[in-house]
Design a protein around this ligand. Structure first.
Ligand SMILES: *Cc1c(COP(=O)(O)O)cnc(C)c1O
Length: 354
């Protein structure tokens, strides 16, 4: 069996999606299930669709291509690069947009293929990542309604990604206000009003999502069962659909502070150490080429993660409940960043459990 190893439990993912889908559909909200954290793996994506996701969303066209056989529309979450518009109109059903110039070029590309490409206009409601300002909407719409190759499918906003802004009821009401203005001024019917990512879930549970928001784009809660804003486990969802394991290759007693004249570590940082005396230390065959160090923790609370170089992970195992020995397998819990790093590393073995 190969290590480091990431076990992916498809039934737990299915359970998480169907619970979230049920909660959302009670309020008239559909889920665009976000696949970027598992690189658009088609086997996992298929489970999301079977469990009720009516749209799949990813930030990369490369991932969307892998899911092209799945019978739901695909959304591109990152504003497209001008250099990928040909692929965009080929593989993507709806894309997030904020720049007139880009939308114009998308329209041209779509027309070349005799297609009409759906766009979702992103409005920045304060998080300061993507999106146009509310006062730009009118000018953008003026231009967009003239274009034959694109159709305004809806509008959306994003939160909690750069500014850490937490959406509130009034924030989403602002989005609905913009929708109303667009619909009355241009006589359009907007199908999708996308009220954010998992940062909007707390509003759903508090029954504070205003009527009219009909889509949420959810990633982290599906894969980790965790709520984003307050970083707490979601009741009734699995937090261990993805599990990370590594194998111990050395166990020795060593001082907790290095011996000798000290400089920088393998990553150019001057390391600091807590003197806990002589400690029993394990090396796990896993490193920064496999995982984001800040994104993982030993599952057993008694173990202390000390650090890592590219291929070695150092763990203080002195207080382990059962003595750790050579060849043992240790489990690690992951944050979103930790999971993303393990998924994107070619060195980590991914094992699906059906
Ligand atoms: C990644 C992403 C999401 C999903 O966010 P989660 O916090 O994982 O639910 C939604 N929308 C956009 C635009 C994204 O980039």
């Amino acid at each position: 069996m190969g290590y480091p190893r990431l076990e992916i439990n498809l039934e737990k993912i299915r359970h998480n999606v169907s619970r979230l889908t049920a909660q959302c559909s009670e309020k008239g909200i559909e889920i665009a299930a976000v696949t970027k954290v598992f690189c658009g793996d088609p086997k996992i994506a298929k489970v999301l669709v079977e469990a009720g996701a009516t749209m799949l969303a990813d930030s990369r066209i490369q991932n969307i291509k892998k899911m092209k056989e799945l019978p739901v529309p695909k959304m591109l979450l990152r504003i497209p690069m001008l250099s990928e518009l040909e692929d965009l109109v080929e593989y993507v059903d709806v894309s997030l947009q904020s720049e007139v110039e880009c939308i114009r070029r998308v329209s041209e590309e779509a027309l070349k293929k005799n297609k009409v490409h759906d766009i979702l206009l992103m409005v920045d409601l304060g998080d300061l990542r993507e999106g146009c300002w509310e006062d730009e909407v009118e000018d953008i719409l003026e231009a967009v309604v003239e274009l034959q190759g694109v159709r305004l499918a809806g509008i959306g906003a994003n939160f909690g990604c750069y500014g850490g802004v937490i959406p509130e009821r009034h924030t989403l009401e602002k989005l609905l206000g913009i929708k109303d203005k667009i619909e009355s001024r241009w006589g359009l019917q907007l199908g999708i009003i996308s009220g954010g990512n998992s940062n909007s879930l707390h509003l759903l549970w508090e029954d504070q999502i205003p009527e009219g928001i009909n889509q949420l784009r959810l990633g982290e809660p599906i894969v980790l069962g965790i709520e984003d804003v307050y970083n707490v486990p979601i009741d009734g969802l699995y937090q261990d659909a993805f599990r990370l394991f590594g194998q111990v290759v050395e166990v020795k007693e060593k001082p907790s502070v290095p011996i000798g004249k000290r400089g920088i570590d393998a990553f150019g940082k001057v390391p600091t150490f807590v003197d806990r005396g002589i400690r029993k230390r394990a090396i796990v065959a896993m490193g920064r080429q496999d995982i984001l160090l800040d994104g993982i923790q030993p599952k057993e609370k008694e173990l202390i993660l000390l650090g890592a170089s590219s291929d070695h992970l150092l763990v203080d195992v002195t207080d382990a409940k059962t003595a750790v020995k050579l060849g043992d397998i240790l489990e690690f819990t992951m944050s979103y960043g930790g999971l993303l790093s393990a998924m994107t590393s070619a060195y980590v073995h991914k094992i699906m459990i059906e």
